[in-house]
Design a protein around this ligand. Structure first.
Ligand code: NDP
Length: 332
């Protein structure tokens, strides 16, 4: 591949949003790394919107965004990978401090590469992407902390987004009674198709001005990519010994709580980080995504597939909370 296409972000000056253009590049434009990958698919995450549209976290321009990619190795100076291997690359610096997946060709450090697990195709891996990995890691951590379906209902906040929708689907598939919380009740049918037993409006989970440190116990566990006042409310409504898996901040970063739910109900507040998740655990979670955690949504038609040209619009939409479920980008 002499020339290849990529979505390139260029600086428009300090404080300005970057400019996004599809450009033709050569392999010499790629950063250093041991493994060169012909990208098959990428995906759209909230973080991609923050990077590509708002220019957050980007250290230098030009930059190729895209925190997820799946594809085929074309060249590797690391003996663990050879030409023709199917691989996934997510997390670490990809798409943030290092060129990412919105590109027909990518070059990355070998230490960031995960072999495509048996049981997943390159397309399915990107339907999951960082959001799906984060949902699975949340479920794994909740179960490591004692969650089983007989313990009671599990609530998923931001349920119609990426992390939320995959979490609803995985949990329902494992026999949990799932309550999906959303700001978009118009997505009720979609959430029920994913397996939610109940769909509630996110206002029901948002701490009102009358803040209470502890409330009637409602949930055995919660998956929370929203944060803010939603997380405040979830902490106060977990059952005895319950856990919340915190992964995101779409609803805010400040959380006011008290020691009461911890010392009176023995709850667990679990932090979920996909970026620096150790490789051994990362591989185990990906392997589970191809086997016992494999979501049924992978084989349904409710996945949005777009092209490089459609990315700028989709990246803006995800920042406005308007994207449903997962969106994949067909690259190669
Ligand atoms: P999405 O935009 O796909 O989903 C986020 C959902 O949050 C929206 O769909 C919406 O769901 C809900 N939401 C949006 N705005 C608000 C608001 N103002 N108040 C309450 N809820 C809101 O994003 P992703 O799933 O890709 O990511 C979700 C979060 O998780 C982000 O903050 C992201 O940065 C974080 N994340 C963290 C990771 C980690 O490693 N810790 C990895 C991956 C993601 P609905 O309309 O149903 O209410």
């Amino acid at each position: 591949m002499d020339n290849f296409r990529a979505l390139v972000a260029d600086s428009n000056g300090e404080g300005q949003q970057p400019e996004l253009t599809i450009k033709s590049l050569t392999a010499a434009d790629l950063p250093e790394g041991e493994v060169t990958v012909r990208v098959a698919y990428s995906s759209v995450n909230y973080k991609d919107g923050m990077v590509a549209i708002l220019g957050r976290m980007v250290k230098s321009y030009p930059h190729i965004p895209g925190i997820d990619l799946s594809g085929t190795v074309v060249e590797s100076s690391d003996p663990r990978y050879k030409s023709g291997d199917s691989v996934i690359v997510t997390s670490y610096g990809v798409g943030v401090s290092h060129y990412g997946g919105y590109s027909e060709l990518a070059r990355v450090p070998a230490s960031w590469v995960v072999p495509l697990p048996e049981g997943l195709t390159l397309r399915e891996a990107m339907i999951l992407g960082t959001a799906g990995f984060t949902a699975a890691l949340s479920v794994q951590r909740l179960e490591d902390n004692g969650l089983t379906p007989d313990k009671g209902p599990v609530v998923v906040a931001g349920a119609s987004g990426g992390v939320g929708s995959v979490a609803v689907n995985i949990l329902a598939g494992r026999g949990y009674e799932v309550t999906a919380s959303t700001g978009r009740l118009s997505e009720e049918a979609y959430l029920k198709e994913l397996g939610a037993a109940h769909v509630i409006h996110r206002n029901e989970l948002t701490e009102s001005s009358e803040r209470k440190p502890i409330r009637r116990p409602l949930w055995a566990a919660a998956v929370d990519p929203v944060g803010g006042k939603t997380l405040q409310y979830l902490l106060s409504t977990l059952q005895y010994g319950g856990s919340v898996a915190t992964s995101g901040l779409t609803g805010g970063i400040e959380v006011e709580t008290s020691v009461y739910p911890f010392i009176l109900r023995g709850i667990n507040w679990l932090g979920i980080d996909s970026v620096e998740c150790p490789m051994e655990l990362r591989r185990r979670v990906w392997e589970r995504l191809g086997t016992d955690l494999k979501p049924t949504m992978l084989s349904s038609t409710i996945v949005n597939e777009i092209t490089l040209e459609q990315l700028p619009q989709e990246l803006s939409s995800i920042l406005q909370g308007q994207v449903r479920g997962r969106t994949i980008v067909k690259i190669g």
